[in-house]
Design a protein around this ligand. Structure first.
Ligand code: KIV
Length: 277
C-alpha cells in the first residue's frame, strides 16, 4: 500500500466522537522532522496556510498557493503515523464555487494523503461544505477571525464583540449542519466560544478562544518561540527556540572566526582507505 493510500490512525469520525470529551490536542507542522515530534503528542496535525508567514516570510496568508500547501502536506505526511492530518485550502482555491473547491480539495487529498481539509468561512461556505462532505471530503471549518480575510477585516482583530457574536454563532451552527466534523474558533471572545461549544454538536477547536473548547490549536513555531514577527496575546511560548538558535549560531560564527571549530574530533585522519567514520 502506498503512503498516500494509508488511512491515518485517527479519523474525522474519531475526532467528532471526542465532542465534550478529553480535549483534542492540535498543532500545526510544515516539515517532516517537526511533524514526527508533533505526531507523538497530538491528535491533529494541521498543515496550516500560516506556513506562508512562518516559513516563507509572507506578510499574510493571502499569497499562499495550492502547490505550496501540497508540497508541505507531502512533507508532513512522511512524519505522521497516528494523528489526523488536515491540510488548509489556500486563499482563492475554494471560494469561487463548490466545484472549484472539490477539484482542489480532491487534489490536496490525493497528492498529500491527508485525512481532511480545512477551509475558512461560515454561512458563506455552507453549500461548499455540504458539497465536499457528501462527496467524500471531510471538512474542518474555520470561523471567527479568518486570516485569509485580513484585508476585509482591516487587521487581526478580536471577533464576536457586540452584534457580531450572533453572526458567528450562526456561522458555527451552519457549518455543523452542513457536515463539517469540527470547527476552529479563532480570536473570538471567551463568552462566545463557550456559547458555541455548548450549542453545536461538533468539536470546537480554539485558538485565542476559550479553555472550554473541545480542543486547542497553536501554530507550532509560535509556541516554540521560533516566530517573532509578531506575537498574538493568545500565544503561550512553551520554549524559546528562537533565542536558543540565535545563541547557537553566534557561537558557531565565533568558533569559525577563531579557528576553534572544527576541532580534532570533527576532522579525518589519513587512517585506513575505505573505512567509514
Ligand atoms: O493556518 C493556520 O495555522 C491555522 C491555525 C492557526 C488554526 O489556520
Amino acid at each position: 500500500m502506498s503512503a498516500n493510500a494509508r488511512i491515518s490512525a485517527l479519523t474525522p469520525p474519531d475526532v467528532l466522537a471526542r465532542k465534550g470529551g478529553e480535549p483534542l490536542v492540535c498543532l500545526t507542522a510544515y516539515t517532516t522532522p517537526l511533524a514526527r515530534i508533533v505526531d507523538r503528542h497530538c491528535d491533529i496535525v494541521l498543515v496550516g496556510d500560516s506556513v506562508g508567514m512562518v516559513l516563507h516570510g509572507l506578510r499574510s496568508t493571502v499569497g499562499v498557493s495550492l502547490d505550496m500547501m501540497i508540497m508541505h502536506g507531502q512533507a508532513v505526511r512522511r512524519g505522521v503515523e497516528r494523528a489526523l492530518l488536515v491540510v488548509d485550502m489556500p486563499f482563492g482555491s475554494y471560494e469561487e464555487s463548490p466545484e472549484q473547491a472539490f477539484r482542489n480539495a480532491s487534489r490536496i487529498m490525493a497528492e498529500t494523503g491527508c485525512g481532511a481539509v480545512k477551509l475558512e468561512g461560515g454561512e458563506t461556505m455552507e453549500k461548499t461544505i455540504r458539497f465536499l462532505t457528501r462527496r467524500g471530503i471531510p471538512v474542518m471549518a474555520h470561523i471567527g477571525l479568518t486570516p485569509q480575510a485580513v484585508n476585509t477585516f482591516g487587521g487581526y482583530k478580536v471577533q464576536g464583540r457586540g452584534d457580531d457574536a450572533f453572526h458567528i454563532l450562526r456561522d458555527a451552527e451552519t457549518v455543523a449542519e452542513a457536515g463539517a466534523f469540527s470547527v476552529v474558533l479563532e480570536k473570538v471572545t471567551a463568552t462566545l466560544a463557550d456559547r458555541i461549544t455548548t450549542s453545536i454538536p461538533i468539536p470546537t477547536i480554539g485558538i485565542g478562544a476559550s479553555r472550554t473548547c473541545d480542543g486547542q490549536i497553536l501554530v507550532v513555531d509560535d509556541m516554540l518561540g521560533m516566530f517573532d514577527t509578531f506575537r498574538p496575546k493568545f500565544v503561550k511560548r512553551f520554549a524559546e527556540l528562537g533565542e536558543a538558535s540565535d545563541a547557537a549560531i553566534a557561537a558557531y560564527a565565533r568558533e569559525v572566526r577563531s579557528r576553534e571549530f572544527p576541532s580534532d574530533v570533527h576532522i579525518f585522519t589519513d587512517g585506513n582507505k575505505g573505512k567509514t567514520e
